[in-house]
Every structure is written in C-alpha cells, then in structure tokens.
Design a protein. Structure first.
Lengths: 351, 287
C-alpha cells in the first residue's frame, strides 16, 4: 500500500467534493438546517395530563387526583372547552351535569360528556371513560378492593421523558451520513463517466490505493459532518468516545453503501435515485426511536439499526460500552461486509 | 541486453468472439517514433491498451523496457506517459492542479507545472479551470499530463485529431522534442502526413493484423508509384489534370505525347502517400 498515493487521492477528492457546488451547498446547508431544526423542536416533554372540566365546582376526589399528576382545569362553557382542546391546551375534557353528586347518590343514571380532539388516539379514548367511571365509584364510596403496584422494566422515565429533539438526533445523524455518501457515489460515477479513472489506473496507483483513498475521503467527510452535528447539539456530553466510535463505524457502513450505489450508477440522477432508496431504508430504524413500538424485530435486519440504537441509548439513556458493545460489534461486522461488497462490486464493474 | 523499448510477440486480444488484435509481433527501438496507422476498429486502441497494462493480452506477450506488461504493469506505468484519445481531465480543477495531481501520483519530486504548461503553450492559463478550456487547450494539457514523469515511452493516441493547425503543430513539435530527449514514441494517428513527417517507421494495422511495417521511405519504394501530374488547357479552355506514371515502358512515349499534343501549363512530380499505400495493401481507406 502506497500511503502517499492514498493521501494524494483523499486530498483530490476533498477538493473535487467542495467544487461540486450542489453537494457542497447541500452538505453545509443540511448541517445548519439539522442543527436549526434540532433547536426548534421542543426540548422537554409535558408529562402532566391536563383535563378540562365543565362543572360548577370541583367534585370530591378530583382534588386528590391533582397530586397524582393530573392537572384539572375548571371551565365555564362547552365552547371554551372545545377551543382549548383544539389548541392543545388540555388533553381531554369532561362535561359534568350540575347536580352530579346528588344524582349519583339518588341512584339515577348520570349523563356525562367526554371531549377529545379529532386526532386523539382511538385506543386511549376508552381509558379516559373508564377513568371517570372509576372516579365515580370512588366518589360514591364503592372503591374496588384492589391495590395496584407499579412495576417499570428498565429505566423509569417518569419525570425524565426524552424530548422530541433528542429522539430526532439519530435520524438526523443517518441523514447527514447518507448525504455525504451520495456525494462520494457521485464523485466515483463522475470519474468513470469522464474517464479520469482510466487515467488514474495508468499511474503507479493500484486498485487498493484507489479504494482506500475513496473510502477514507467518503468516510472522513461523513464522519466529520455527523460528529459536528452531534457536537453542536450537545450529544457528546455522555461517552464522547463511544459516540464518535459509533459514528465512525456508521460512516464506514454508509461508505460501503456508497460504493454499491456508485457501481450501479452512471450519472448524478442515478446516484440520486439509488441514494433516496438507501436513505429511506437506512432511516427506518430511526423511526422506531421516534415512535417506539412502530416496528417489530425485523428492523434489526437493517444495518443502520445498530448505529441508531447505539446513539439513542448512549445519548438518551446514558448507556455505556457494556450496554452497547454488542451493537458496536454488529456495526463493525456489517460495515466491513458492506465495504467489502462495495469494493468487489465496483471492481467487477469498472476494471 | 534488449535495446528495444517495446517488444510484442504474437500479441492477441479478443472481445468475446471478436478478435480485435490477432497475433501481432513488432518491436520499437529506444528513441524511435513508431506511427501506428489503421482505420477505426482495426485494433489500434486495443493494442495500446495491452501495451500500457489496461488490458491483459489473451495470447502472446509484450515487454516494455524489459518488463512484462501482464505481470509488471504498475512498474511499467511508472515509466510511461499516455495521452488518451478521449480527453479525460479533471474539469473542475485548473491546469496546474491537474498536472500536480499526476506528478504526486508518479512521485515526481520538485515538479514545475508552470514550466511544463509553458512548454505546451498554456502559460498564463494555469489557474483557469479546465472546464473553461477550448478543445485545443485541453489536448495540449493532455500531452503535458503525459509528460509529467519524463516518460521513457510516450503513447499518443490521435494527439492532433480535430485540432486547429497551431495547436496541432505545437503538439508535433513536442513529439519531436521528446524523441530528441531520448523517449520512445508510440504514435497512433489517422493523419498520414503527420505520420509520414514524424515517424521513423510506420505500422499498418488492419482487422487486427499488422499488414506492413517499415520506414515511410521504404514503404513508398516498395508499394508506391512515382508519377507526374500535369495541368493542361482543355478543348473548352478550362484547366484539366493529366497523370503520368513513371518507371513504365510506355512512360517516354506518354511524356512526348503530352508535350507535343497538349498545351501544358504546369508539371510537378508526385510521390505516393502513405494513404495510397495503405489502400493498395488493404484495399480500403483509413477512415
């Protein structure tokens, strides 16, 4: 391996990358945009459930609920309740009859209204109706003789919910890595298209130097951009070496994907076509962080899962080497496999 | 010790069922310019690709500077320069950056890109991006790039094709300078006059086979016909051409008749061109 040649190729590719106005612009703009979006997203999660009540006065028992994390708001009219529901000020609303307690004590059936906004999850509606029935039992002295004990598996996030911006971070990291990969693929396909690869191969440069040089330039650019994103969003406060190691392996993985894309591309348009497909697939595991429970076990078949899961667990749960070591090993293996596959495919196509 | 820069023995290449180069053998001496002539698809570029290590011969072998092209291509490529038929420069880099990149790849120390660019007539345009260059300027830069490592053998594939006369002449001048420096030149061209003027020897390749290989003078001697072209005034008063082939038994009578029966305006001798000879040997033209 001639490292002088490798270094020459890396410098050349960096120079050409930043002279491609499209990718240079997208890289810089993308980085600033992701950082901007991160800080625009909510930095905290409102855990208290706000319930609106249309009633003359707060019924008994409801006082105690305020201490359990329920925030009760007395409202004057149905119109006000509806407006505050639509504005998202309250989660759910109960419309109580004026003489609720008297009616309950007389044994007559009481009619209450439960208000939800149009986008309220269907599966939770029944829970709020059942909650009110339970409260009625308590108010009338018919509390069920059941004691519930709360058991939380894993870290109890009560009072420390992960804010949306922190959930978005793995997705942004994958996007940044993939954009750089498209730049790398575009550079390779341009070299083939313009015949410069032939010129390079008639110098002392061999295939090994070429692929190491291209890989180093591609992975380097992807890693630096992703690391800048994580630094700018404060993601390196916990286990910085671990996060950087995961990003580096992720950069190697997407470089392998970039080689595969380049071997199937002839111009910028085909790079973009393959690139978008790759971005969609590799971004899927990030959605399982945004929406826990969205996917089942098959998501682990997507190589980027091990990057996303590592970044998520370290940044949002303070996981250490022991907790994510298996992820890093899997990521290392997949990165090497994709790099090898990418190099083999490129060599087969262009030599 | 082998004094030839290039030795090819039974060199063969096939693309599937098509034999592009068919058992050709030749040598090129050190410091010699060999013109490699043939029509499109004759096997010229495939031969160059085999000699420069871009393609592995299917049969036969070739050595450059005593090194086997199939097994020691990287060592060979370090000592040769190639000017490709198709322009393949880094368009977003300037001329100086293009040359410096290749100088670094070749490991050339204390490389003076400006001096080389001045030599090919690109002084003052070093820092302009290649994308802004004309075809002639790009071709000059291609030749300059082939020279960055002071090659022992220079492969030039149609270096002057489609160029303006000034650019073409500049490149021809560089080829002769390189020969003077001691470099061997393997010149592929369609331009018969250029080949005649520059080459020490020329090889005609047709359908993958070398059909003639000698000095231009010897080929003309062997295949060409000496002739005289005369311009005479025709019956309608307009100028007409008359051709008289020399060295035949009828030549004296034909010349006598021309001067006695026609009104001769001009007479000049004409030598057979390499193109004429190529047509005579292969039965078809060079294009």
């Amino acid at each position: 391996m001639n490292w002088r040649i490798v270094w020459t190729l890396v410098r050349k590719d960096l120079k050409l990358f930043f002279r491609n106005r499209f990718f240079a612009f997208v890289s810089v703009l993308g980085l600033f945009a992701y950082i901007g979006i991160y800080y625009l997203l909510p930095g905290s999660v409102e855990e208290a459930i706000k319930i609106g009540l249309i009633a003359d006065e707060l019924p008994p028992i409801f006082d105690e609920l305020q201490e359990e994390g329920l925030d009760l708001v007395l409202l004057d009219s149905e119109a006000e309740l509806e407006q505050r529901l639509l504005d998202g000020d309250i989660t759910v609303g109960y419309g109580l009859p004026d003489d609720l307690m008297a009616g309950l004590l007389s044994g007559s059936k009481q009619q209450i209204k439960v208000y939800f906004s149009y986008d309220f999850p269907e599966e939770l509606k029944d829970a709020y109706i059942i909650l009110f029935r339970e409260l009625v039992f308590m108010m009338t002295g018919q509390e069920l003789n059941v004691q519930a004990e709360e058991v939380v598996l894993g870290q109890d996030m009560a009072g420390a919910q992960i804010p949306p911006r922190r959930r978005m971070l793995p997705l942004m990291a994958v996007f940044v890595l993939m954009i750089e990969t498209m730049g790398l693929s575009s550079l390779i396909s341009a070299e083939v298209e313009e015949g410069t690869l032939t010129a390079l191969f008639t110098t002392p440069m061999g295939a090994r130097e070429l692929f190491v040089g291209k890989g180093a330039a591609g992975a380097g650019m992807a890693f630096v951009q992703a690391a800048l994103l994580i630094v700018a969003t404060g993601g390196l406060r916990r286990e910085p070496v671990l996060i950087l190691a995961a990003l580096l392996l992720g950069a190697l993985l997407v470089t392998g994907v970039g080689f595969l894309m380049a071997s199937g591309s002839r111009d910028l348009m085909s790079v973009m076509g393959w690139g978008i497909l790759a971005v969609v697939v590799l971004a899927l595991p990030s959605f399982s962080v945004l929406f826990p429970g969205l996917f089942t076990g098959w998501i682990k078949a997507i190589p980027s899962y091990y990057l996303v899961d590592t970044v998520h667990k370290v940044i949002n749960f303070g996981a250490g080497w022991r907790e994510v070591g298996a992820n890093l090993l899997a990521l290392l293996g997949l990165s090497l496999a994709f790099l090898g596959l990418g190099v083999a495919t490129l060599q087969r196509r262009y030599r | 010790m082998d004094t030839n820069a290039i030795n090819a023995e039974e060199l063969t290449y096939r693309y599937g069922d098509l034999t592009a180069v068919d058992h050709i053998s030749f040598h090129v001496a050190q410091g010699e310019i060999l013109g490699f002539l043939g029509p499109n698809g004759a096997g010229k570029t495939t031969t160059v690709m085999m000699l420069t290590g871009q393609l592995r011969p299917k049969e036969g072998r070739a050595t450059l500077l005593g090194l086997d092209v199939a097994r020691q291509s990287k060592k060979i490529q370090a000592q040769i320069g190639i000017c490709f038929e198709r322009t393949n420069l880094y368009e977003q880099m300037n001329a100086k950056e293009n040359l410096e990149l290749f100088a670094q790849l070749f490991g050339v120390r204390s490389f003076d890109a400006s001096a080389l660019l001045a030599r090919v007539g690109l002084a003052g345009r070093e820092r302009d991006r290649v994308a802004t260059y004309s075809k002639g300027m790009r071709q000059r830069l291609m030749v300059a790039r082939a020279l960055v490592n002071r090659p022992s053998i220079l492969f030039l594939d149609e270096p002057t094709e489609g160029l303006d006369p000034v650019s073409a002449e500049a490149i021809r001048h560089i080829i002769l300078e390189e020969r003077q420096r001691g470099a061997t030149v393997f010149l592929t061209t369609h331009d018969m006059l250029e080949a005649d003027r520059l080459s020490d020897r020329v090889a005609f390749i047709d359908r993958g086979k070398i059909v003639a290989l000698d000095t231009p003078h010897a080929l003309k001697q062997a295949y060409g016909q000496r002739r005289v072209m005369a311009q005479v005034v025709g019956a309608d008063g307009r100028l007409e051409e008359r051709e008289i082939v020399l060295d035949t038994p009828d030549t004296p009578d034909t010349v006598r008749q021309l001067f006695s029966q026609e009104r001769v305006v001009t007479v000049h001798s004409e030598e057979a061109s390499l193109e004429d000879i190529f047509i005579q040997i292969t039965g078809r033209g060079l294009v």
